[in-house]
Design a protein around this ligand. Structure first.
Ligand code: CO
Length: 211
């Protein structure tokens, strides 16, 4: 255990050396500030590291991760990240990236009681309820699970568009595109779900705010 812990700090030293060998100015440049063009909202799953899977370098992606890549409007952490990304960093894209085999989504398909996290997972269950007609038609459990992962991402993209933060930015004429992706742990490939929101017109009227 001690060895594992020590290895992490050794790895860091090796990484610094590698970076400096490739680019002696690397850290000086990053110390000057950040202007990432992209906010990533992904799952906390250890197999879906935001930067690596899209080949992004430090400074290129602003990242928020939680269980099952959720956009929950009472989550001050998510809202603060979104507000900072949109209003200070002025990102051009926000990507919600889910992944097949997501434990949070799997849990939402069962009636199991896990403890405190039940209250988080309940939001994923709401997505199941909204789409139960489509999902119950899928008799094969794996297909139903995969589709549920995709629909959960689409709903989180819509939930981003419902926020006053995103609608306020659009109203000011800021160009922000919202996208939904699903990462496949089995082959490492990302599927673009084709949701691409750039104004609030795709939202039901009741969500459209007069800002
Ligand atoms: Co997950």
């Amino acid at each position: 255990m001690e060895a594992f812990y020590k290895k992490l700090l050794d790895n860091n030293k090796d990484w610094v050396k590698n970076q400096l060998d490739k680019d002696p100015d690397f850290f000086n440049r990053l110390a000057d500030g950040q202007q990432p063009p992209l906010l990533w909202i992904g799952c906390a799953d250890s197999r879906v590291p935001a930067n690596e899977i899209i080949g992004a370098q430090p400074g290129e992606v602003f990242v928020h991760r939680n269980i099952a890549n959720m956009v929950i409007h009472t989550d001050m952490n998510m809202l603060s990240v979104l507000d900072y990304a949109v209003n200070v960093l002025k990102v051009k894209h926000v990507i919600v990236c889910g992944h097949y085999g997501c434990g949070g989504v799997a849990a939402a398909m069962t009636n199991k009681h896990f403890g405190l996290i039940d209250n988080w997972i309940r939001h994923i269950k709401d997505v199941y309820r909204f789409h139960s007609e489509e999902l119950t038609l899928l008799k094969d459990e794996k297909s139903r699970f995969d589709r549920f992962v995709e629909l959960n991402v689409v709903e989180q993209v819509m939930d981003l568009a419902k926020t006053s933060i995103i609608q306020g930015a659009w109203e000011k004429g800021q160009q922000i595109h919202l996208h939904g992706w699903v990462y496949d742990i089995k082959d490492g490939l990302i599927k673009d779900l084709g949701v691409n929101l750039k104004d609030n017109q795709s939202l039901s009227e009741v969500y459209q705010l007069d800002i």
